[in-house]
Design a protein around this ligand. Structure first.
Ligand SMILES: Cc1cc2nc3c(=O)[nH]c(=O)nc-3n(C[C@H](O)[C@H](O)[C@H](O)COP(=O)(O)O)c2cc1C
Ligand code: SF4
Length: 586
């Protein structure tokens, strides 16, 4: 395990270590850390309170988090969570009185192909939940059996590679691509990546060769290569599988990038939900160091010094945004930075930094070995190469499918065994919702771009509930820094919940349109910009799902006095019939 320097820049990692030891983060502990690092207590508390996996109050000794993606819900996660709460006699989100256990929902845990899933104490997963498993979990918690002694098969995470192509199907021996890069030299390696026209696989599709070249040219020393393994987009799990099966390839790609850019330091930002992969990743790094593939004078090339450290996130989707990720790497709250300057000029600790997705590094390793022209010959001229898709939802064979870019959605639906499909959500909630008449469209930057998720919904699904689940996700994950996103996502949720409660009118749909218009282009980072995408798509393409919920009135107030008073009336046992609004009006 790496030992993080006890400096302010390691604060997030030091908080993780402290919590692992104490179970939560008591104030005196934070004060001690603040004094040691030369920070104020307010600063340390401010950082700790930003991350969902840090606890400033005592939490249950068993902290159970149910993955709450729409696909987990489609597999019955809500009922299973209610069942577990019932068996353990604990309210969702609360800690049981004896302090033993808490049960709550959390954003997608990256196990959409084997859900419903949950996380225990942030580092152990349980996949393929069902009623029997839930009943047994309750017994194990009551018997105080530590999670690491629960049945091992519960934590088994299958890779489910269904359609491999060049990235998932062909092996590169450790050091092979690196040797090719060293033989070519930094400039020619960079030129090869440019020739391949590789575009980033993290979502934005920025040209990797251009990014590396800008970073190489930026003034400054000690350049940094960062691997974005935050994979927080609900429905995405391809990076999980790449890190599990092809960790060597990921690190090889990072080392190739270091050679091309002239970087000396590599950092992996691993999402907190993938903490269970840490030991495996550290073991691969150790092996590479021992083999001379990391460290000083790599593969005998004098002056080529590069090593990689892994930082683990703490449950904040926004930290996948590259500048927020860098803030988090620097031990701060994951608030996206104002850009320019971009990370390639002013990134980690102010140094030129290239942030790339896990899959981008894998593709780069293949490109230096097989050549840019080879990669450019796959896919379409504007979208070269292959792309890995995490497919889940209503299909017989969920898992990973790798296709040349330009492949039609209908091909993918046939391959994964989807039937009677009503819609697919491409690229996660931030992406695009396609209805059946669009299944002939192609997955490519020039048609339907994607970061790698493809969720399938058959005709039995309610697309309004899909959009509502995504809206809750964005509101929950908004970092709160800018008003259009903080307030806008909350207002969207409020309107959708009102519609779900059967009290919405046409006016509410108009307000949703207006909120979308106001938020678009007004937010500080891409999270707020994408937050209304599912809403816009589903209102446009599945309007009946909304209209079914409208009352015939033009306007229905958002505030429901009876609903607000219901709890108090039940608690006091007093319910004066004349105190209901209809009666007053009547
Ligand atoms: C809210 C938000 C979350 C993001 N999450 C991720 C992520 O989990 N993984 C990722 O590679 N990129 C993510 N991105 C995109 C990154 O900001 C960045 O563009 C990407 O890591 C660059 O790598 P690439 O050039 O290889 O695509 C996210 C962007 C936003 C706005
Ligand atoms: S858009 Fe949302 S997530 Fe991004 S900075 Fe603003 S509040 Fe934070």
């Amino acid at each position: 395990m790496p030992v993080f320097p006890r400096t302010a820049h390691s604060l997030v990692q030091l908080l993780r270590e402290a919590q692992a030891e104490h179970g939560w983060l008591p104030r005196p502990l934070l004060a001690q850390l603040a004094a040691e690092l030369g920070l104020t207590l307010a600063h340390v508390e401010g950082v700790a309170s930003f991350y969902r996996f840090f606890h400033l109050r005592p939490v249950g000794r068993y902290r159970i988090l149910f993955s709450d993606n729409i696909t987990d819900r489609m597999l019955g996660s809500e009922a299973l969570m209610a069942e577990l709460c019932e068996r353990l006699r604990v309210r969702p989100g609360a800690v049981r009185e004896d302090g033993r256990v808490s049960v709550a929902p959390t954003s997608c845990t990256g196990l959409g192909d084997q859900g419903p899933a949950l996380l225990v104490n942030h580092h152990q997963v349980v996949t393929r939940l069902d009623a029997a498993r839930v009943a047994r979990i309750a017994e194990l918690v009551e018997a105080e059996v530590p999670p690491d002694r629960w049945p091992a098969e519960w934590s088994q995470v299958d890779d489910q590679v269904r359609r491999p192509d060049v990235l998932l199907g062909s092996a590169i021996a450790p050091g092979e691509a690196l040797a090719a890069a060293i033989a070519r030299g930094p400039e020619a390696t960079l030129a090869e990546v440019q020739r391949a026209n590789l575009r980033g696989r993290g979502g934005a599709g920025f040209a990797t060769g251009t990014k590396w070249s800008l970073c190489r040219q930026a003034p400054g020393e000690a350049r940094v290569v960062v691997c974005n393994a935050d994979e927080g987009e609900p429905g995405t799990f391809k990076d999980r599988v790449l890190l599990t099966r092809h960790a060597d390839l990921v690190f090889e790609g990072m080392t190739v990038a270091a050679l091309a850019i002239g970087a000396t330091q590599g950092l992996v930002y691993l999402r907190g939900e993938y903490r269970y992969l840490l030991d495996h990743l550290e073991a691969v790094l150790a092996r590479r160091r021992a083999a001379g593939l990391l460290g000083h004078a790599i593969q005998g090339r004098a002056g080529f010094d590069f090593d990689i450290a892994i930082h683990v996130g703490a449950g904040a989707y926004v930290c996948g945004e590259e500048s927020a990720l860098i803030e988090s790497l620097e031990g701060k709250r994951g608030t996206p930075r104002i850009r320019p300057p971009f990370p390639v000029e002013h990134g980690y600790l102010g140094r030129p930094t290239s942030v790339n997705n896990v899959e981008t590094f894998c593709a780069a390793a293949h490109i230096v070995l097989h050549g840019g022209a080879w990669w450019a010959g796959i896919g379409t001229p504007k979208s070269t190469g292959t792309k890995i898709h995490s497919i889940c939802g209503d299909c017989e064979r969920p898992g990973l499918y790798e296709y040349p870019l330009g492949t039609r959605v209908e091909t993918m639906l046939v391959d994964c065994g989807a039937r009677d499909t009503q819609a697919v959500q491409v690229g996660g909630p931030s992406g695009t919702c396609l209805s059946a008449f669009e299944f002939g469209r192609r997955i490519a930057f020039e048609d339907v771009p994607t970061a790698g998720a493809l969720m399938v919904f058959d005709r039995s699904r309610d697309m309004f509930e899909v959009a509502r689940n995504f809206a809750h996700f964005f509101a929950h994950e908004s970092c709160g820094f800018c008003t259009p996103c903080r307030v806008g996502t909350a207002l969207v949720v409020r309107r959708l919940d009102k519609l779900a409660a059967g009290r919405g009118s046409r006016h509410d749909v108009d307000v949703l349109y207006e909120l979308d218009r106001l938020m678009h282009g007004a937010t500080h980072c891409g999270l707020g910009g994408a937050a209304c995408n599912p809403l816009r798509d589903t209102i446009a393409k599945f309007r009946p799902a909304y209209e079914r919920r409208l009352v015939s009135l033009h306007f229905e107030p958002a505030f429901d006095l009876d609903a607000e008073l219901a709890e108090a009336r039940a608690a006091t046992g007093r319910d004066d019939p004349a105190a209901h609004l209809e009666h007053v009006d009547g």
